[in-house]
Design a binder for this molecule. Structure first.
Ligand code: R5P
Length: 292
């Protein structure tokens, strides 16, 4: 196998190459003055299975999706025998249903587009809902980075911390963290108005008085969910509050608002390279690619 280093995930792709021993193929990329993307694979892929590592987080998630499609097309035209897309953050994964009449299912459109471009298989990390993958036109798998994030907190001295998910749907995340941290786990409840996007968070029977709590979520976007959860935890007497997420998009002043709400540290992964990407997905992705 060869690893194609997508422009959005160059460092992660290099780390995956180093950990797997698979050759790294650099990608020459540029954006034309009119905003269109250009890419060229700088290596031979004839007869090879390739894994294209390219996250599709903001900014420019649409452009990054197009770059991914162009790299897949280039790989197939260059004679690659199989193209696996390794997309740590898959854009549009939250529009996985028709929530309101007249909507489409954006993530399925993206998957069909990627299939048409030549992608044979997809690997992603903590997709918002695993059920989404069943509708994709190629074999797809989601890995979980939560154990790696929990290990980060253990190394920081927070063994036995309480793992809290900010909504019931993400309770699987809290349970995975609990399995590593060894403390308790629980969840808040969150309801969202589909028209305004406003959310209401509540806590039922949550006892975190005097405890160290780690709020764990798949995505932090505006930070509203974590800020709301931190407020509830303060009211409930938590002693220390931390936050771990797989995809720290941190739109606008989200980071500042979360820290301002009393969260002592935000920990994310390099699915979204940036100030909180303290945990690398390279070991997780490497292990999976080597097993294929
Ligand atoms: C949604 O259910 C996700 O799991 C996250 O909780 C959500 O995307 C976070 O968004 P925000 O940071 O804007 O509250």
């Amino acid at each position: 196998m060869k690893i194609i280093a997508g422009p959005a995930s160059k460092e992660l792709a290099q780390a995956v190459s180093a950990q797997t021993g698979f050759q790294n193929i650099p990608v020459i990329s540029k954006i034309f003055p009119d905003g269109e993307s250009y890419i060229r694979l700088d290596g031979n892929v004839q007869g090879e299975e390739v894994a294209i590592v390219q996250t599709t987080c903001p900014p420019m998630q649409d452009g990054r999706l197009f770059q991914l499609a162009f790299m897949a097309d280039a790989a197939k035209r260059g004679g690659a025998s199989k193209v696996t897309a390794v997309v740590p953050y898959l854009a549009y994964a939250r529009q996985d249903k028709m929530f309101l009449l007249g909507e489409g299912i954006s993530v399925e459109t993206i998957a069909r587009m990627l299939r048409a471009a030549g992608i044979d298989q997809l690997l992603t990390v903590n997709i918002h809902s695993e059920l989404t993958l069943a509708q994709f036109p190629f074999p797809s798998k989601t890995l979980s980075a939560i154990p790696l994030i929990a290990e980060y907190f253990i190394k920081k001295g927070h063994k036995s911390a309480y793992a809290l998910s900010p909504d019931k749907g993400a309770m699987y995340i809290a349970k995975q963290a609990k399995a590593v941290l060894g403390g308790d786990a629980g969840h808040l409840n969150k309801t969202r108005d589909r028209y305004t996007g406003q959310t209401i968070q509540t806590a039922e029977g949550l006892n975190v008085e005097g405890q160290t709590v780690i709020i764990l979520d798949d995505i932090i976007s505006t930070g509203g969910t974590i800020v709301g959860a931190a407020k509830i935890l303060r009211e409930k007497g938590a002693k220390h509050v931390f936050c771990g997420c797989v995809h720290g998009l941190l739109i606008g002043d989200a980071e500042k608002r979360i820290l301002g709400a009393g969260v002592e540290e935000i920990v994310g992964t390099d699915s979204v390279p940036g100030s909180v990407s303290k945990v690398s997905l390279a070991p997780l992705i490497s292990q999976e690619l080597k097993a294929q």
